[in-house]
Design a protein around this ligand. Structure first.
Ligand code: S3P
Length: 170
């Protein structure tokens, strides 16, 4: 089975994906880490040295590579992956997909703490961050909402989210 986790930045895709993979004895792949490994650069360095368009091209290329070559994996995407080119069609055709959806307040408080490491929000003033996230999610929802399942992660522990995912897989 090919399982894909998607959602906005800081929605818990990697942490949930890792735990789900451990419990199912599946390989875990984090698309951002995969890109960093292949490009031998951090995501922040790719954005600043090569620009976002280059990043998006590589993101699509590596998404297709993973989906076509590997079997039985849990793949956590980057927040923007489903929203570019035909990526969401590729995901829907080849995998079972889950949209992890925390509340706006949760995303805001997580991203306020971690924003420096994320190129898309690093430059946003803290006072404008909440509004930026709300608008960005609104624009992206048309893609996120196509996932096979939408899981609200609010007030759930990592294990509870994993349990919900497993219940959809069996
Ligand atoms: C991005 C999200 C990031 C990373 C890049 C762009 C986005 O991944 O791919 O900074 O467009 O939302 P995470 O969702 O893992 O932070």
């Amino acid at each position: 089975m090919k399982i894909v986790l998607l959602g906005y930045m800081a929605s818990g895709k990697s942490v949930v994906g890792k735990e789900l993979a451990k419990q199912l004895s599946y390989d875990f792949i984090d698309l951002d880490s995969y890109i960093e490994l292949k490009e031998e650069k951090s995501i922040a360095a790719i954005f600043s040295e090569k620009g976002e368009i280059y990043f998006r091209r590589k993101e699509t290329e590596y998404l297709k590579e993973i989906i076509s070559i590997k079997e039985n994996f849990i793949l956590s995407l980057g927040g923007g992956t489903p929203t570019f080119g035909e990526n969401m069609d590729v995901i829907l055709k080849n995998s079972k997909s889950f949209y992890l959806k925390p509340s706006l307040d949760t995303l805001y408080s997580r991203l306020l703490k971690e924003k420096e490491s994320r190129p898309l929000v690093a430059e946003i003033e803290p006072s404008k961050l909440r509004e930026f996230i709300a608008k960005h999610i609104f624009e992206r929802s048309v893609f996120y909402d196509k996932a096979n399942h939408i899981i609200s992660t609010e007030e759930k522990t990592i294990q509870q989210v994993v349990n919900v995912l497993i219940s959809f897989l069996i």
